[in-house]
Design a binder for this molecule. Structure first.
Ligand SMILES: NC(=O)c1ccc[n+]([C@@H]2O[C@H](COP(=O)([O-])OP(=O)(O)OC[C@H]3O[C@@H](n4cnc5c(N)ncnc54)[C@H](OP(=O)(O)O)[C@@H]3O)[C@@H](O)[C@H]2O)c1
Length: 336
């Protein structure tokens, strides 16, 4: 069967297809015939050697994939041949607090990822996605969607009357927009591009700010909340944006620390965080129970993930290049 691997060294050009042996199924395992993958920024970092420079190679990359179960191993009781499933990012994290062991069992590094014709997963490491989603849309759920849901609804408590600030229009942020609206909140979205802000407004964003044109978007966000500050920031920028996020949030508000997109090496303003009694919450995707709750919300509101680019799987290098340029809105998907 066909599998893509990061071969001898890191880099987008090193992601290549090869033919590999089908692994036999062990107890409790299922074989998933891949139909679609989605890209995450983590995949790009993993492929370029920035996520974990000590990751042993070769590695099958990508955390997200959707497909159909074509074989079940001995002792499988939860799933059957023909089930349409997605793989869960943190394979062993069913519920409860996050620990080191969960971190060691994530798809697309350190475990083999989903950019392969068939993936072998534990029966508890797959989940049936909402029926109204096509394969590519379903493939967007395991990382970006669950991260946004965990931030807002598992670790956070977003609801009516609150204002959520989403940074940029990438995968995590566009799910945060959809979920925050479904939970009854008001949403502010920032972007470097006016046309992307227009798209965000069409999806329900109440207010938008171009962060390239408005370097002090934190002040504008505060003005949009009568000077109080937003209740929750979906912080995907990291060092380059954290101080503006801490400035934009209200006293006793919450900043979900998720990503590192903006680069930079500025020190977080700890005084501001403590004087405002801000809750700064790290988020590591999420657990299976959160995934199940998220699917209920997606179903109840018939939420459709935003996929702005579909590529055949053989164009994976082009798709990664598009992500690196930030040329997408929401998600980029690959189809088999
Ligand atoms: N902690 C976790 O569990 C977890 C899970 C998933 C992702 N992440 C991390 O979260 C981040 C987002 O991931 P993703 O997959 O959603 O990425 P993505 O889809 O590649 O997001 C790209 C978008 O981010 C926006 N962006 C870039 N620099 C920005 C800045 N300085 N300020 C505001 N927005 C900026 C841009 O939006 P515009 O084009 O609109 O400007 C860009 O198009 C990444 O760092 C990723 O590693 C973490």
């Amino acid at each position: 069967m066909k599998a893509f691997e990061i071969t001898g060294k890191f880099g987008i050009a090193q992601v290549r297809a090869r033919t590999v042996e089908r692994a036999p199924l062990g107890a409790g395992q299922v074989r998933v015939r891949m139909r679609a993958n989605s890209l995450n920024y983590r995949d790009l970092m993993m492929i370029e050697g920035q996520y974990n420079p000590r990751q042993p190679l070769p590695l099958v990359p990508l955390s997200d994939g959707a497909g159909e179960i074509v074989e079940v191993g001995p002792g499988v009781t939860e799933r059957q041949v023909g089930d349409r499933v997605v793989g869960l990012f943190a394979q062993g994290w069913l519920d409860g607090d996050f620990n080191k062991d969960h971190q060691r069992h994530t798809l697309g590094g350190p475990l083999p990822g989903m950019l392969q014709e068939e993936a072998v997963l534990d029966q508890h490491g797959v989940f049936v996605p909402p029926a109204h989603l096509d394969d590519a849309q379903a493939a967007t759920l395991p990382c970006a969607a669950l991260t946004a849901y965990s931030a807002l609804a598992v670790l956070g408590d977003v609801g009516p009357g609150q204002t959520v600030l989403c940074l940029g229009t990438g995968g995590v942020s566009m799910f945060a927009l959809a979920f925050a609206k479904a939970l009854g909140a008001r949403v502010i979205v920032t972007s470097s591009a006016d046309e992307k802000l227009e798209r965000a407004r069409a999806l329900g964003a109440d207010e938008t700010i171009n962060y390239k044109a408005e370097a002090r978007w934190d002040k504008i966000a505060r003005d949009m909340t009568d000077g109080v500050g937003v209740d929750h920031v979906v912080e995907v920028g990291g060092a380059g944006t954290i101080n503006l996020s801490l400035s934009a949030v209200r006293p006793s508000g919450r900043v979900s620390l998720i990503g590192v997109l903006a680069g930079g090496d500025s020190q977080p303003n700890l005084t501001q965080a403590l004087m405002k009694q801000v809750c700064v919450q790290g988020v590591f995707v999420g657990h299976r129970r959160g995934f199940a709750q998220m699917c209920q919300l997606i179903e109840a509101h018939q939420i459709v993930p935003q996929v702005s680019a579909h590529h055949p799987v053989d164009e994976v290098q082009d798709a990664l290049g598009l992500m690196k340029r930030g040329g997408h809105f929401g998600k980029i998907c690959l189809t088999w």
